[in-house]
Design a protein around this ligand. Sequence first.
Ligand SMILES: [Zn+2]
Ligand SMILES: [Zn+2]
Length: 352
Amino acid sequence: MSIQSKAAVIVDKGKVEVKTITIPEPKQGEVLVRQKAAALCTLEQRFFTGVFPVYPGVWGHEVSGIVEAIGPNTYTPLKVGDHVARGCGSACDECYFCAIGQDAKCEVEKMRLKAQQKSDREDGIMGIFGLSEYSVVDPRNLVQISKEIPFEQAALSEPVACAVSSANKLDIQLGQTVVVIGAGAMGIANILVSKYQGAFVVASELDEQRRQKALNAGAHAVLNPNLGDIGQQLKDINEGRLADVVIVTIGLEQANKQAMELVAPNGKVMLFASAHPAVPLSIDPNVIHRSGITITGSTSKNRKDLYQASLLIGKKIISVETMIEKVFPLEQAQLAFEMAIQPQNYRIVLSM
Ligand SMILES: [Zn+2]
Ligand SMILES: [Zn+2]
C-alpha cells in the first residue's frame, strides 16, 4: 500500500506545481513523517532558478513534522506522534568522517545525494521529498523537537544547526567579540547562536531595516559600512579592539574584505556563505604571517549540531521567529518560491 501526498514539484525552471504523488510505505530502517512545514533555503531556490536544472524534483531539507509510522524491524528512539525536525541527508556511520564525529563530510552521503538526482520512481520525480505532506525518511536524519514549538519554527532547526556547526568549530569563548557580517536569515541564525555562546555580538549590515532586525534578534550593537572605516566603528564600541571572530554570511568580495578589516590579531574569520561568482581572496601572506589570524569555512552540520539546534529552539533558549518572512500554504508554492528568491526576504516557509 502506498500513501497519497500533495507535494510541491519543481517541474521546470521557475515553475512549481502542486501535485498528488505517491509515497511508499516505510520499509525496514525508515520512518514515515507527516511533514507540516518546510522552509525554502538556497538549495531549493537553485533548483527553481535553474542553477541546478534537475526536473521534476521535490526538494526541501528544512522540514518539521510528526512521526506517523515506523517501518518493520526498525530500531529508533522515535515514537509515533513525536514531533521531529529533519536535515538534508543521513550519514552512514561507517566511513572515516562519520567515525570521527564529522558526519557532515560523510562520503557515502555524498554518493546518495548524487543518486537522488536520478529517479527510480514511475513518475520520474527526483529529490528528498521535504516539500510534501508525507515522506519516508531514515530516522538518523531526524531529531525530536518539543511539541510546544510551532512547526514553521521547528523547521528552522536545520539552518540553525549550520550556525551551531560553525560556532562549535569557532569555539567561541565567553565575552569574546563576534562580528556577523550580513543580517539576512543566516546572519540572524549566527547572531542567535553566538549570543548564547556568551559573546558580545555585533552585526555589520548596509540595510537600515536589517540592522534593526539584527538588534531585535539580540545583537548587542550594529555597524553600518556606509559610514566608512568599519574597523574604527568597531573599536569605538569595543574598548579599542577588533573582533575575536568575524562570521561572513554574505558571499561577496566586499564582505570578505570587510572581515579582514574587522578581525583582531590571532582572531578567526569564518567564511559561512558560499560565493557566486567566487571571487578569489587576495590577501598579503605577510598579513596572515604577522597577525596570526585563522581563515576557515563551514557548511552544513553534523548530527550533533542538528540535535543542539533542535534543543535551542525546542527549549525556547533561542527564538527563530525573526528568521521567518512569511508562511504560505503548500497550494501557494509557486508564489512562495517567487518570494523566496527575492534577496531582501527572510525565510519563506510552506505549511502542509
Ligand atoms: Zn538549509
Ligand atoms: Zn559516513
